[in-house]
Design a protein around this ligand. Structure first.
Ligand code: CIR
Length: 340
């Protein structure tokens, strides 16, 4: 193996913790499916502006390469002293945040899940993607009531004029250069697609960064209702799909920022005054351990003062703690906007 040399200006967590000593121990290790350290860190090597810079190629990667994953996880998921995770998917009642929809345009909660026995998307072969899509589609077809919907393959995109992938923004796009270098885009767009419920409040992305991204969304600020739909879907799917899970790391995901709950709960919120007083907004974001993303997704710009605000931490906290904390943070942010 060539010596691993990160560009001088790279500032990723993987660079910080991949000492020569750790490298020497890990460079000849392989998971049972053949995933290596070189493959895991390729995204960080090719993209010096990576914040994290490492992806898991299968469930076993977290244990095989724990010498590098553990310190990265501990630093990203601040406050996690000993690695351990317990999950709790019980519904929760929270007061409505913005009943007149003055600030919050939409609420979205997603969880990532991967299936036991399959490599993760950055290391999947074409036949595995095909097998996985088929398996997940057969489970989705058993959803009932408001969870019923249709599947739109990304492969149909150019041919079908009425395909919602063309007419609506369902969010599933080819991965960015970070995901590309990790291998997540291989054979794109084959065997990828979006399941959309008829009421358009549930989406399931198949074969994106994780095998499944289960997304519940509403054009309201009703976190409890959005979460209830998510819990119903995850529970229903889990009856026939075996999710990759570990008692230390919780749900196992491609990116170590998502392990644990694998949940990102957030809103699109318009904050015209706070946009001009970003220091106040940033203080509140920090105080409540939240994160801001751009209007159109991670690493995009803020348009029209619309911020995507969500939980930062997904590991070492339970799902209900995430939601309570998000709710409290948004109450404080809306109050600050009103006071300006
Ligand atoms: C990076 O290392 O910057 C990318 N692989 C993306 C990491 C995941 N997202 C994040 O930290 N918010």
């Amino acid at each position: 193996m060539n010596p691993i040399v990160f560009p001088k200006h790279a500032n990723s967590l993987v660079k910080k913790y991949l000492s020569q000593k750790v490298c020497t121990v890990l460079e000849h290790q392989k998971t049972d499916s053949g995933f290596t350290l070189a493959k895991a860190i390729n995204s960080g090597l090719k993209n010096p502006d990576s914040a994290i810079g490492i992806y898991a190629g299968d469930a076993q990667s977290y244990k095989t390469f724990s010498l590098i994953f553990d310190p990265v996880i501990s630093e990203y998921h601040k406050g996690v002293e000993t690695l351990k995770h317990e999950s709790d998917l019980t519904e929760i009642e929270l007061p409505c945040l913005d009943p007149e929809n003055k600030y919050i345009q939409s609420t979205r909660i997603r969880v990532a899940r991967n299936l036991k026995g399959f490599c993760f998307p950055c290391y999947m072969k074409l036949f595995e993607r095909r097998k996985l899509e088929k398996k997940i589609l057969s489970t989705l077809s058993s959803l009932t009531g408001n969870l019923k919907g249709s599947y739109y393959s990304l492969e149909l995109d150019d041919k079908e004029k009425l395909n919602p992938l063309k007419t609506k923004n369902l969010g599933f796009q080819k991965g960015d250069r970070f995901q590309d270098a990790a291998g997540i885009n291989s054979d794109f767009p084959k065997y990828r697609g979006v399941y959309l419920s008829f009421d358009e409040q549930l989406m399931v992305w198949i074969n994106e960064e994780d095998h499944l991204r289960i997304i519940s969304l509403e054009k309201s600020s009703d976190i409890s209702s959005v979460y209830k739909r998510l819990c119903q879907t995850v529970t229903a799917l889990n009856q026939s799909l075996d999710f990759a899970w570990d008692s230390t790391y919780g749900n196992l995901t491609s990116c170590p920022t998502n392990i644990g709950t694998a949940m990102r709960a957030g809103v699109h919120i318009q904050l015209e005054k706070l946009e001009k007083n970003k220091d106040i907004l940033f203080k509140l974001i920090k105080a409540y351990n939240l994160q801001i993303r751009g209007t159109c997704g991670e690493k995009t710009k803020i348009q029209n003062a619309v911020f995507d605000i969500s939980n930062y931490q997904r590991f070492g906290v339970s799902e209900s703690e995430i939601l309570l904390n998000l709710h409290a943070g948004l109450v404080a942010i809306i109050k600050a906007e009103q006071n300006l």
